[in-house]
Every structure is written in C-alpha cells, then in structure tokens.
Design a binder for this molecule. Structure first.
Ligand SMILES: [Zn+2]
Length: 500
C-alpha cells in the first residue's frame, strides 16, 4: 500500500457554514443603505451600526422575509418564534462589542437540499439551521496601521449551517454550487464570492470506518476566508491528508481555525478556536422575539419561483431536452428564463416528438455561450441577460433557418451581428443580401449559363461520366454566391442536365 492509500482509510467529514449577504436595500437593524461597494470608508453608517450608546436596533422586515423564503426553498421548518441573541466578543471591526445573531432559536431549522454529484448520482445534504445576523465592519491593514471601515457593519447576513453530511471535496463543491444557484433563483443573494457576498467555512474532520460505525467523529478544524468554491474543494482535500497523517503518526488533531494559502495550496494555522460558551450568548434585550404567523409564511411561499430541480425535470419530461442541457440551462435563472421565452416564441405548439426546445437549447449552449465566453474573462452565464439579443429574436433566427431563408452557417454569422447591436435577424439578412436564392427562375438561369459556357463537360456528363455533376454543382453554387438553396440547386441541375 502506498502512503496515500494508507491515509485513505480515513474518511473525511465536512459540515459547511455559509454566510450570505442578503440583497436588501437597507441594513439589518438601521436604515443605512447596503449599496456601499466602492463608497468612501464609513460613509454608510449611523449611530446604530456604529454602536453608539443609546442607539436602538429595528428589525429589517425584508431581511426576515428573505430568510424565510430561503428556509422554505431549503425545505426547512420555519420557527414560530425566533429570538435574536448577543454574541459577545471584542474585535476592532465590531464597535458594539457584540454581534446580534440568533442562537438557541433560529428562524429556519431541519432542511435539506438535493445535490447532484459528478458521477450522475445525487445526495441529500441536511441543513441544520439558517439564521439571521449582522455582518461586521472591515479592518484594512495599511502601512503599519490598521484602519476600520464600518460600511459593512450591520449588513444583513444569512448563515446557513449543514449537518456533517458531506464526505468528499467534490460533494462540498457540488453542495455550494447548488446552494448558490438556489440563492440566486430566490434573488436573496448575488453569490459573488469575490465580493465577499457569499463566504464559506468548512468544518473538516477525519475518522476511520470503525469510528464511523460507532457514530463517532474526529476533531474538526474550521477553514476560514476561502474565496472560491475551488479553494474550498482544495482545502478539504488538503486537510483530509494532513489530519490523516497526524493520526497515522500517533498524534491528535487540534481544534483550531485555519486559513487557506492559495499560492502554497495549503492550510495555515490562525488562532485556537473559542467554544460557543466563550461568546456568552444571551437574548438581545433591545429586540422583541420574532413571532412568525402561518399566513405570513404562506404569503412568502407563494412568491417562491420554480426551483432548478423542478425546472430541469420539466424540460426533460415535457420538452424532451437532454439532461446535460437541462442541467446547464437551469444553472442560472437568467439562462432558464431566456430559454423558456425563446421556446415560447419559437414553438407555439410544443408536443411530444417536437425537437424545437432541444434546438433552442443547442443554440443557447452552443452559439450564445460561445459569444459570452468570447466577450468576458469570467465565464459567468448570467451575462446572457446582458447580450442585446432577446429570446424572441433568437426564435426569429431559427425560423429563418426553418424556412430556408438562410442556411446554418449564415445563421451563425447573423447571430454574431445580432450580438453587437441587437438588430432583428431579418433586417441583417436583408441588408447583407444573405438570403438563400430559392427562386427557380434565378437558379435555372444560372445553370443554363454554366451549361452554355461548358459544352465539353456537358457532353462528358451526357455520355455517362457522372462525376462531372460535382463540377456543375460547384459552378452553380459559386454563381449564386453560395446562397443557392443546395437542395433546390441539386434538383434543378439534375433536371436540366437531362435536358428537361
Ligand atoms: Zn446604520
């Protein structure tokens, strides 16, 4: 057995904590604007989010609704009563000396999401809780000084915590991808990790099969400040091996916080971890318990969009779209909406056996995605909504192909021009003179001129040399500048060569 195989007897177990900034207009407990990205430091602040004495918090209703909406989409039970609690600790970016969070009575509990794995199987990852809290400010280290910017302080933050159900780096990656898709569908979070709008902290431990059989877990290590799903995956893979080596060498894993060094591709020690008692949680005296009535939950449930799994199943079952395409079309809500609108405009009657939805899918995942990839450095499929091409225009383009007004190659050129200014395809075809010639009198005249100019070839063909047909076909297509409808040219050529 190799060293790595030896270590693989240790199973990795991961519980994920995700912090997602909610897309509300104002902060969690005050009326400061949340639109602080790029603003000068400390310009989006007020006595409440600065933590000045006597300032009182007021609960942001939109943040509570976004949390309930997310809880419902994650199949959680919504608590009848949720209680805000103070989490006490001292840090320069936390002016009050405590963070308002939820502890014993969170808003959402006991949910799950179905995660699609690379091998085609799926797995249910349980959600332990999802609760509301406020974000901290930011420390900026600058030339020997540390400056504090409190624009972010008090931003509404949704914390989602899973059970320790994740058992591989790939599962973690798939879970985060699915969660981000759902949050974006709901419109509650941008999912932009590079802007810190979504932050992931895996709790990673390893255990042997014997420990697993006894229901035991190893000591967990929390990795902080990961800024991409890829680095989450790498950090888990790294910790799995590191912890297994420590145990193989007879040591014990310490409960610590680690950071991730992207350049070195390894975890690095941060500080020893506080246990939850260190935070001395207690109910927030300045806020009443949050009482959630069933009619409110029902009203929020009614605003839920059709979620990705349901959409994907519908594309497959009702429209015959291939699984691989249905997957990618539902990966961002902007793409799914574009697809559905294009199908609606293109296929007025979609029945079984109609391949129109699949053809629309092919054009989106092929040509349109190629345009997006060519335009931007980041491969963000949401950019489909930024292209000047509207779904109905794509449908119009496909109809031009169906009606044999243009061929496929021309259609691809037309699409590229549509992407520039959003012109209608028929306008472009007209202006460029790209319509296929399917007028038989035009084609016949072209063929006759070629037959007259090439009497030798005509004689060879008529005396049985059939391969000369290709010569005439090529000449005719050239004479019609490639815009002769090939089927029709072939048919007319066959007739005229026979002398009909
Ligand atoms: Zn404020």
């Amino acid at each position: 057995m190799t060293a790595v195989q030896e270590l693989q007897k240790y199973q990795v177990v991961v519980g994920m904590e995700v912090h997602a900034q909610l897309l509300t207009r104002t902060k969690m407990f005050c009326r400061c604007s949340t639109d602080y990205q790029g603003a000068p430091p400390n310009t989006h602040t007020c006595p409440t989010c600065l933590g000045l004495p006597g300032a009182m918090p007021v609960i942001n209703r939109a943040a509570v609704e976004a949390t309930i909406k997310t809880g419902l989409a994650l199949n959680c039970r919504i608590a009848e009563t949720a209680v805000f609690a103070r989490k006490n600790y001292h840090y320069p970016d936390l002016p009050k000396g405590y963070q308002i969070s939820q502890y014993e009575l969170p808003l959402c509990v006991d949910g799950w999401i179905e995660v699609d794995l690379p091998d085609g199987s799926s797995k249910r990852i349980r959600i332990r809780r999802a609760h509301l809290e406020e974000d901290t400010g930011k420390n900026v280290h600058d030339g020997g000084y540390t400056l504090v910017d409190l624009n972010r302080a008090g931003m509404p933050l949704l914390e989602i915590v899973t059970e320790a159900d994740i058992t591989s780096p790939e599962e973690a990656y798939a879970f985060l991808t699915k969660l981000r898709t759902i949050l974006r569908y709901l419109g509650v979070n941008s999912g932009d990790m590079e802007k810190g709008a979504m932050r992931c902290e895996p709790n990673i431990s390893v255990r042997t099969a014997e420990q697993a059989a006894r229901g035991e877990y190893g000591t967990k290590v929390e990795v902080k400040n990961l800024n991409s799903f890829r680095s989450v995956r790498s950090a888990i893979a790294y910790e799995q091996i590191r912890q297994a080596r420590v145990l193989e060498d007879g040591g014990s894993v310490k409960q610590v916080n680690m950071g991730w060094d992207e350049n070195a591709q390894r975890t690095v020690l941060q500080r020893s971890k506080e246990s939850s008692e260190d935070y001395r949680y207690f109910p927030e005296p300045d806020l009443p318990p949050l009482v959630v009535m069933q009619p409110w939950i029902d009203a929020i449930r009614a605003t839920l969009p059709e979620l990705p799994d349901v959409r994907r199943a519908r594309y497959e079952a009702n429209w015959g779209v291939r699984r691989i395409d249905a997957d990618i079309l539902t990966s961002e809500i902007q793409v799914a909406e574009f697809f559905e609108q294009a199908v609606a405009a293109y296929a007025t009657t979609v029945g079984t056996g109609d391949d129109k939805p699949q053809r629309v899918a092919n054009w989106i995942t092929g040509e349109l995605f190629r345009l997006i990839y060519a335009a931007g450095d980041a491969q963000d499929l949401r950019q489909l909504a930024d292209l000047p091409i509207r779904p109905a225009q794509l449908a119009a383009l496909l109809r031009l192909v169906d009606e044999k007004t243009i061929n496929l190659n021309t259609a691809k050129k037309v699409l590229e021009m549509m992407a520039e200014k959003g012109e209608d395809p028929d306008v472009i075809v007209e202006r460029q003179g790209w319509a296929l010639v399917s007028d038989t009198s035009v084609i016949d005249a072209a063929i006759q001129a070629i037959l007259d100019a090439n009497p030798d070839e005509l004689n060879r063909f008529r005396s049985g040399e059939e391969k000369v047909f290709g010569f005439f076909m090529g000449q005719t297509m050239r004479a019609t500048k490639g815009q002769g409808d090939p089927q029709m040219v072939k048919q007319r050529l066959q007739d005229l060569l026979k002398g009909e």
